[in-house]
Unconditional design. Sequence first.
Length: 463
Amino acid sequence: MGDDLPEEPIGVDAEPADGASHRGAFGEFGGANRGLIDRAFRERIVLAGVALGREDPDEVDASMDELARLVDTAGADPVARMLQHRDAPDIATYVGSGKAVEIRDLSQQHDADTVVFDNELTPAQQGNLETILKRSALDRTAVILDIFAQNASSLAGRTQVELAQLRYRLPRLRRSGRTFSQQAGGIGTRGPGETQLEVDRRRIMRRIRKLEKDLVGVRQNRATQSKRRRRTSNRSVAIVGYTNAGKSTLLNRMTDADVLVEDRLFATLDATTRRLELPGGEAVFLTDTVGFVRKLPHQLVEAFRTTLDVVVDADLLVHVVDSSALDPFGDIDAVRGVLREIGAEDVPELYAFNKADTDPVAAARLAAREEGAVAVSAVTGEGIEDLLAAIGRRLRSSARVVSLVVPFDRGDALAMAHREGEVLDESSDEHGWRLRVRLDEGSVGRLAEFAEEGGGPIVLDSP
Ligand SMILES: Nc1nc2c(ncn2[C@@H]2O[C@H](COP(=O)(O)OP(=O)(O)OP(=O)(O)O)[C@@H](O)[C@H]2O)c(=O)[nH]1
Ligand SMILES: [Mg+2]
């Protein structure tokens, strides 16, 4: 057993702190087997947002629309929304306290169990709001975590989601004042005079440490796999984009991958890699991975580092955009924001404006605006040949990531690698300095003698 928690769900039976009798269980964390939301019935949810200072009203609207989709995906019904304009958030309650009372009345009118805020709430704000609203107050982060928890299927995916959930829960323990298990801890964990809260907190911290340790192992395995791939001369292309843009459909269309496609946010949480042959005969590794949204919670991005490594290390990103979306440029900005956050902003990017079958004019117009972009339909196959050709062209002209081993007496070569390339990773062992560097073809040629020799089997990620 070691550090493992017992399997019983966490906090399901606890009464709401204020004793209010609402049906909603949305807001309760249920551990690995249970999401945030009670799907025994569709909870009714009021959406609340704050437009701060000079925020663009269209963007605020787009963000609220997206929140409505997120709530729907999580399995609940958005029944009303309320927006407040403020210069700055209220420290205690995010919205003004008068507004909070209005939101309570609106929730009563609509018989809503829960209010979801479009902005990240501090644990204190969440607690204060629940006291005023007399029902659960959640934020966007909690909803996204809930969807992720429902969709995670692989071990790595589940581990990453649980880690993000627990990190979210930890500072919120005090607020709830709820005991999350009568049998917490067991022998040896409950010292004299120790409160349930401390026991809960210690258990969660122990579990977090265990998950972090597991992820280090997963990450090392992935790194070994990607290193083996890199030893073949095949280059690595990652499909990125807004959730539901058609990334998995595109991977399936271009390779024989059999990745789950669904009209649902965050259908994919794991990375799947397949070999793809370009028209010139050159082979590349193509990877499909998790999609992004606006205001993707930082702790989730942090927790998904393992899955997102492949994006950071790619030679080229194919950025898939749903051309029939309401605000494709807002989607693009959201994706670029996450790419910056994970340190992938310098990886060359090729736009694929997808779903051209639904709106060919919009797709063509969007593709015309971005250098080298292609309009495609992953469903009909239209434009795919152009996309393959574009990938080949971009790879030939762009920098690639290579592994170098530079002997200690070749400081000049080390300096050259730093000067001409972007060093992603540097360490040393008995053979010399080991680097992973992004270099253009000219520099690859100049440093060719230091390229790491390789062999070994190529291991593909399991689907
Ligand atoms: N009409 C049309 N629908 C498409 C196209 N590509 C994908 N779709 C649909 O869009 C929805 C989402 O497709 P996915 O491939 O699952 O999208 P994704 O980007 O992988 O989404 P996540 O994994 O959830 O982030 C599905 O209903 C697809 O059938 C396309 O070219 N045309
Ligand atoms: Mg997908």
